[in-house]
Design a protein around this ligand. Sequence first.
Ligand code: GCO
Length: 461
Amino acid sequence: MLKQKLKKDKPKPRIIRLFPKEFIWGGATSAYQIEGAYNEDGKGESLWDFYANHLQIIKDGATGNIAIDHYHRYRDDVRMMKGLGLKAYRFSISWTRILPSGIGPVNEKGIEFYQNLITELLAAGIEPIPTLYHWDYPKALADQSGWLNRKSPEWFAEYAKVCFQAFGDRVRTWITLNEPWVDAFASIYWLQKPTVDTMTRAVQIAHHQILGHCRAIAAFRELVPDGKIGIALSMIPSYRATDSKADKAAAIRYDQFVNQWFLEAVFRGTYPREMLEFYRKKLSAPMILPGDLELMKSHFVDFIGVNYYTRNIIKASQAEPIMELEEVERPDLSWPHSGEIYPQGLLDILVRINRDYQQPDILITENGAGFYDESIVHGQIDDYRRIDFLKQHIKVVHKALKKGIKVRGYLVWSIFDNLEWVFGFEPRFGIIYVDFQTLNRTWKQSAFWYQKLIRTNELIK
Ligand code: GCO
């Protein structure tokens, strides 16, 4: 009896996971999703400006014209980041703020905005980590077939050079592209339809993006010789639905389609052979010209950015005759927005990258959860579901560190609620709540939680 009572009163042991002193806690955003000021100070039109304003492809006709007005509020926003204790901030540079037509004349006002932002960040002790391209492609170049144009890698490198020259003396860590797979392929599902034609184009676009990435790295080595550069890839580990041979093959192919294609390109300068054959048979793409593979083989990343949200469960299917691409079994997608909560998938991906590509430096460049039903109640936003999500994934990061995997940092997506592409302003991903009418910012409970995690450097469960 007494024994039992004692047992009951005993506080549960607290499991404390300590992170290395130099671990980089941070947050991420992207230009189109937060900046607004879509036509101010000489900024040129981007494809997303065009989609939103002329094609109304975003839910409820929403646009990024104002977004969360970060362009005018960046000082306050950085102050909040400082309050959170962030060590790093990943943002993206709007290509058409710098080069309104994509190539050609530089817009000094655009340069000035990012100089000011970088100054604020450095003064706040926050490392700036810019992404050069987070999907807001210059409309003027899109009119010349965009990434489909054989010149597009060169265009991207020209823009990258301008950025390296302008900011390279103060910015050490860079990211070339955000999620080329999503940009090239997922956008087909959002904006068009998968057909032989659209898929053929997507494969070619993905190839040109990789070439652009390599050319940017080439320029980087010259202009910012002591900096580090990487790419942010959407990693979606794929698991077979059953043990059948067909499902197994389908899961492997899906993995090559989404993950391995890009991993091989940036680490080994090549593409997975089977996938290449598959594409060639179905689509007669990609067209790889002499010199392309040589370029890919001479410019590798210094680190890999992993964007992780969820996994896919794959079963073989006749459902999509175009690609005979596998069917993705999606669990309830309504909660959270980003899919099933599956932290093990993050560990699996980290273990695999570590094993297959000589233990590279890894930065978690995005991880987070979006919800549709958050609101302020009595001045508070109790987003316990997000806290739980973050805890589960950060726990996995700690596990990876214990295995010796070189995860250098973790950037939560996102610091602020923002414009979630075609889904508009409905799903909220921020640890800071934004009232989209007044644009007021309010810390959610997850922000307080994250602040404490950063301050103590320990995850307590
Ligand atoms: C991404 C996108 C982000 C999204 C986030 C949530 O890189 O996947 O860059 O812009 O907002 O992923 O879906």
